[in-house]
Design a protein around this ligand. Structure first.
Ligand code: NDP
Length: 445
């Protein structure tokens, strides 16, 4: 049995109850096969066994008092996966579905994503099964304070720098930062995605969505095309979805859909950005509110159709993992999709991703195409260390350069190993090589 197969077998035995982690790690190992099996040096130092094992995992109790004075208890997580090329870096997710498998899958993907950005950041991820939906601002604050009281023991500006993810936006980062400062007395860049008045970076809010669109734009340029006149579907209606939509519109394309966990809207005239921002970012409302306000749009409830049934040129899944399966991929391809760019982390199932690659659709995997967020977080860390702040345009320009470089590095890596156009393999290989070199140089640790 070859080295990759041996490691895959051990992975399955040890992590049998962690399906999302198994899915992510197996996909990466499979596509590294050509690199690993062409050179014994990785096996000699047990590199794969080490890279699939987090350096450290923290699981902790988060008790807090709700507005009626009752005790609530959630579970908190931080996975410090790999620090070979820099301090652990990766977001915090607050969602009822959060468990160790989800956080490990996200932390594992983060290692390669962070490597692809070219910035000195290692891989980590964290979160809680806390659901901010329906909670008052005070409840969210009390939860964040309790969460940070424990998490704060394990993080620091030079060791581990969390950020936002699903359910963790500017409001939560503010509360978390306040509590860290209160507990430690340190005014340091321990979190990214901070408010602009206390160390945040301009363009961080927009960065993941913008970066996704820049990455796909570079692919389009490589085939002599652009967004002009393209019809685009976006899923999700949170941070990534909204700013991806904004950038597509700026570049001449038209986004016609958005989703939340209750359904999707189809707006033939193009999503009204001011309206969606008001509903989602200010009022914390639902897409049903959008449909009520835009009479010409159509609302489809979950269970009565999927956003991927809509015929488009470009699809940008920006909600959550495994939201696009093989049947959806077939529907998209049948309807003429040319480019699929992942804004979310692992939104396509393995079968869907394989199908896109088989059908020669330009499939840009999240670990490359949504890396703009963490890349800009690294720029926020640089600004904090230098005690300076760059203009929006400066940060946006750097973000654009990073995304252009990411596209070319995954494109080149795929070509180098005889898999031209397979950006999944390209991203895994390019991301892996840098981390593997650093791990080998640092000995068996
Ligand atoms: P938000 O919380 O701002 O938005 C998430 C959106 O996805 C909401 O519209 C939400 O709908 C929907 N959603 C979440 N979970 C589910 C689910 N289980 N089923 C259906 N819909 C769901 O998160 P972000 O926009 O920040 O993150 C979206 C994705 O992008 C995630 O995969 C995240 O890991 C990834 N990502 C985010 C980065 C960032 O900078 N924010 C960076 C890189 C990746 P509802 O309101 O109904 O829950």
């Amino acid at each position: 049995m070859g080295y990759v197969d041996k490691v895959l077998e051990g992975l399955k035995t040890k992590n049998a109850h962690e399906p999302e982690f198994l899915q992510a790690a197996s996909e990466v190992l499979e596509s590294l096969r050509v690199v690993i099996e062409s050179d014994r040096k990785y096996e000699d130092v047990g590199l794969l066994e080490r890279i699939i094992e987090p350096e450290r995992v923290f699981i902790f109790r988060v008790p807090w008092l709700d507005d009626s004075g009752r005790v609530q208890v959630n579970r908190g997580f931080r996975v410090q996966f790999n620090s070979a090329i820099g301090p652990y870096k990766g977001g915090l997710r607050f969602h009822p579905s959060v468990n160790l498998s989800i956080i490990k899958f996200l932390g594992f993907e983060q290692i390669f994503k962070n490597s692809l950005t070219g910035q000195p950041i290692g891989g980590g991820k964290g979160g809680s099964d806390f659901d901010p939906k329906g909670k008052s601002d005070f409840e969210v604050m009390k939860f964040c304070q309790s969460f940070m009281t424990e998490l704060g023991k394990y993080i620091g500006a030079d060791t581990d720098v969390p950020a936002g993810d699903i359910g963790v936006g500017g409001r939560e980062i503010g509360f978390l930062y306040g509590q860290y400062k209160r507990n430690t007395g340190l005014y340091e860049g321990v979190l990214t995605g901070k408010g602009l008045t206390f160390g945040g970076s301009l363009a961080r809010t927009e960065a993941t969505g913008y970066g996704l669109v820049y990455c796909a734009e570079e692919y389009l340029k490589s085939i002599g095309d652009s967004y002009k006149g393209k019809k685009v579907s976006v899923s999700g209606s949170g941070n990534v979805a909204i700013f991806a939509t904004e950038k597509v519109h700026q570049l001449g394309g038209k986004v016609v859909t958005m989703t939340d966990s209750n359904g999707y809207v189809y707006d033939e005239a193009g999503i009204d950005l001011d309206l969606i921002k008001e509903i989602k970012l200010v009022k914390r409302g639902r897409l049903t509110d959008y449909a009520a306000a835009r009479k010409a749009s159509k609302y489809v409830e979950v269970g009565k159709g999927k956003v991927w049934d809509v015929a488009v040129d470009i699809a940008l899944p920006c909600a959550t993992q495994n939201e696009l399966d093989l049947a959806d991929a077939k529907e998209l391809v049948k309807n003429g999709v040319k480019v699929v760019g992942e804004g979310a982390n692992m939104p396509s199932t393995q079968e869907a991703a394989d199908y896109f690659i088989e059908k020669k659709i330009a499939f840009l995997p999240g670990k490359a195409s949504n890396a703009g967020g963490v890349a800009t977080s690294a720029l926020e860390m640089s600004q904090n260390s230098m005690r300076t702040s760059w203009t929006f345009d400066e940060v946006d320009r750097k973000l654009n350069t990073i995304m252009v470089n990411i596209f070319h590095s995954i494109d080149n890596a795929a070509k180098e190993y005889g898999m031209a156009g397979n950006y999944v393999a390209g991203a895994n290989i390019a991301g892996f090589k840098k981390v593997a070199d650093a791990m080998m140089a640092q000995g068996i640790v």
